[in-house]
Design a protein around this ligand. Structure first.
Ligand SMILES: Cc1cc2nc3c(=O)[nH]c(=O)nc-3n(C[C@H](O)[C@H](O)[C@H](O)COP(=O)(O)O)c2cc1C
Length: 274
């Protein structure tokens, strides 16, 4: 490929928007995506790099209107029903166990490692898919709202042990033009040689920069208030916590605490082959 210029790369990433309203058919049904577009999105997903060669993820493509409707309800994100394509992106440590079994090997015990590697793989594959979609002129939306209805999703999608939704992902032609949403200043997220806490002044500056992301209609944004609604005591994340723990346990992914467990000295992992 001919290298792109820095300006072209910047322009591509600056065009990213999370989009929640999509062009639909007249009756509001999803506008079908050309087969070759879907094919290249899935190809891009599978070209994602993967640690230890394992590809610890699965996508559930949401095809039937009934399943779309149920997932929209469970995730509290209505646009699951109207997007051209919608997926539930899952970490999947099941398949590697099945591969070991058919090859005549046993599966080790590594629930925490499984969550770490599985989420990493799922995110990389999903984001590759979304980037490919954006290259084709689509936009999309990651949907962490899967956490609002995890147990229901396990049932509806028949997710077996070893498989857990990370997020849903919708893609479609944009029917809204949201403004570019801000990010915290780079100096707070990129550290040099060692970690550095931001000063109170830098943190207050970051809140100022981020405030527009919380604006609703004519209401000016208050990002700290939005963060409070998610992350403060009694907020949305505390409500989600027990459901995620329950789902991790149900799917055999709970590392838990072992009484008196000691951490053995680190040993080098086997040399990587891919
Ligand atoms: C893992 C993840 C989960 C998200 N969950 C939701 C969601 O459930 N519903 C939603 O409308 N947007 C969701 N978003 C979109 C974010 O709100 C959006 O990325 C953020 O506000 C920044 O906006 P931008 O992507 O347009 O720059 C999610 C994004 C990510 C990466």
């Amino acid at each position: 490929m001919t290298p792109r210029t820095p300006e072209e790369v910047r322009a591509f990433f600056d065009a990213h928007r999370t989009v929640r309203q999509y062009v639909t058919g007249e009756d509001g049904s999803p506008l079908p995506m050309p087969e070759e577009h879907l094919d290249v999105l899935l190809h891009a997903a599978q070209r994602a790099p993967t640690d230890a060669t394992a590809q610890l993820y699965s996508f559930v493509r949401l095809v039937s209107p009934e399943v779309r409707a149920r997932v929209a309800e469970l995730t509290t994100n209505a646009h699951v029903q109207t997007a051209s394509e919608a997926f539930v992106v899952c970490l999947d440590v099941r398949r590697v166990g099945q591969l070991l079994r058919v090859a005549g090997h046993e599966v080790g015990h590594w629930p925490a490692i499984g969550v770490h590697f599985g989420i990493g793989d799922a995110v990389m594959a999903g984001q590759n898919l979304l980037t490919a979609a954006e290259l084709l002129g689509y936009q999309g939306c990651w949907i962490g709202g899967v956490m609002n209805g995890l147990e229901g999703l396990l049932d509806v999608l028949a997710l077996p042990e070893g498989v857990l939704p990370f997020a849903a992902l919708t893609v479609g032609l944009p029917a809204e033009t949201p403004p570019q949403r801000p990010r915290v200043p780079r100096s707070l997220v990129v550290h040099e040689d060692r970690y550095r806490d931001g000063t109170d002044e830098e943190l207050r500056g970051a809140i100022e920069v981020m405030n527009p992301i919380a604006a609703r209609g004519d209401q000016p944004g208050d990002w700290a208030r939005l963060l409070r609604a998610y992350w403060a005591p009694g907020g949305g994340m505390e409500k989600r916590e027990p459901h995620l723990v329950a789902a991790l346990k149900r799917q055999g992914l709970w590392a838990g605490e072992e009484e008196g467990a000691t951490v053995p000295p680190a040993e080098a992992a086997p040399a990587r082959e891919g």
